[in-house]
Design a protein around this ligand. Structure first.
Ligand SMILES: [Zn+2]
Length: 397
């Protein structure tokens, strides 16, 4: 489809009607009984049946034509460098390609692929602040990339964490990718980061690339980072009993990634579900990485965990949206009045064996994306990356 309106025409009131299935992003009530969403200036102001919503005077009206709408997907684990470029696989426009996979928000787990990445403390801090600023000012395709995630190195002091926080840095890169690999040392720095309001993630499992380290369950538990980064390895996973131990012995986020071990992913997912801890499960790609860049990586994780993890697709969509938003304190991820208007509209892919969107994902197929909205602005129409859907939304005004 052609987009009828440019972004500048779309600031103001947005109405999306004829939504066939509304996924909330919230595990406790994953499907909403509504067919219309109204947003104003980038925020949701009404959700309900068309007759109950004020749909007049919209700047843009979208007829969803019965497609499903979900919160924009969140990739909890990416490794950006600068711009929409990654030197890891010499690839351009990878973030824009993720937009076409339904991703509207990304969280950096460290800008580790920067050629010549500094390892001295001043350099580490300067890079983090620069990355935070650069990705705040530059959003490829509109995608929100929370970056500026310093990889902690030996010699950092409490003052360094205080300085970083004061400069606007809110994240730590994966603990373990730098020279700090021992549990006690990591624990001290994670605690300093937390004291100054910075969120932390720890690398879990075998080394990812030469230079990174092996981090076992004891070290993860001792460091006590907010997120157990790629619990299924990046790529080499811990043995199943250690993965179970991590799920049982703490309450931190259980991050499962595409660039990890798929068997371990299923083990972690099933264990979390069995323990009644699904709210801790969040999804990422851990890309760009050695195994590449996956524009459809979050959708593929949803299909994998739903199909082989024997779990209703709407619950796994919540893991990739609302769970991540809650654990990472992000604004989107849930369809709720007041939240940011980041949406993905999709439908069952053509010729899927599934009977509808949710059944097709449950059977392992990817949905076809027909439109992505960020901050109430249409960012793309029919995805160039997903299989074509049976129905696609249309801008009617
Ligand atoms: Zn890692």
């Amino acid at each position: 489809m052609a987009l009828a309106a440019g972004p500048e025409k779309q600031i103001g009131k947005l109405v999306i009607r004829n939504i066939g299935l509304l996924l909330s992003g919230a595990l406790e009530a994953p499907v909403l009984d509504a067919d219309t969403i109204v947003a104003e200036n980038g925020r949701i102001v009404a959700i309900g049946k068309a007759a109950d919503c004020d749909t007049g005077d919209a700047r843009v009206t979208i007829d969803a034509h019965g497609c499903a709408l979900a919160p924009g997907l969140i990739d909890s684990h990416v490794h950006p460098v600068f711009g929409d470029w990654t030197p890891r696989q010499s690839q351009l426009n990878w973030i824009d390609s993720f937009l076409h996979g339904g991703v509207t928000t990304m969280v950096s787990a460290g800008e580790v692929h920067l050629p010549g990445r500094p390892r001295d403390v001043v350099g580490v801090k300067a890079l983090a602040i620069t990355a935070q600023r650069a990705f705040s000012n530059f959003r490829p395709g509109g995608v929100k990339l929370h970056a500026g995630a310093p990889v902690i190195e030996k010699g950092m002091t409490e003052q360094d964490f205080s300085d970083l926080a004061a400069a606007g840095v809110t994240l730590l890169g994966e603990v373990g990718l730098g020279s700090v690999k021992a549990g006690d040392e990591a624990k001290q720095m994670v605690a300093w980061a937390r004291k100054y309001g910075m969120q932390s993630t720890i690398h879990t499992g075998g080394p990812s690339v030469p230079g990174s380290g092996y981090i076992d369950a004891d070290t993860v538990l001792e460091a006590d980072a907010d997120i157990i980064g790629h619990i299924n390895g990046g790529h080499t996973a811990l043995p199943p009993r250690q993965i179970r131990c991590l799920c049982e012995s703490c309450t931190r986020g259980i991050e499962i990634v595409h660039n990890g071990n798929e068997l371990a992913a299923l083990h972690a997912f099933r264990t979390a579900r069995e323990l009644g801890q699904m709210q801790r499960v969040i999804l990422g790609t851990d890309s760009p990485a050695g195994s590449g860049v996956q524009p459809l990586g979050i959708l593929r994780m949803i299909a994998l965990l739903s199909a082989l993890g024997d779990t209703p697709a709407e619950l796994v969509f919540a893991c990739a949206t609302g769970n991540t938003a809650r654990l990472r304190k992000l604004d989107g991820g849930i369809i709720e009045v007041g939240r940011t208007a980041d949406f993905v509209l999709m439908d069952r892919a053509q010729h899927s064996a599934g009977t509808d969107l949710l059944d097709s994902v449950r059977q392992g197929d990817l949905p076809g994306i027909g439109m992505v909205v960020i901050d109430g602005i249409v960012r793309c129409g029919r995805s160039r990356n997903t299989p074509p859907a049976e129905r696609i939304p249309e801008i009617v005004q």
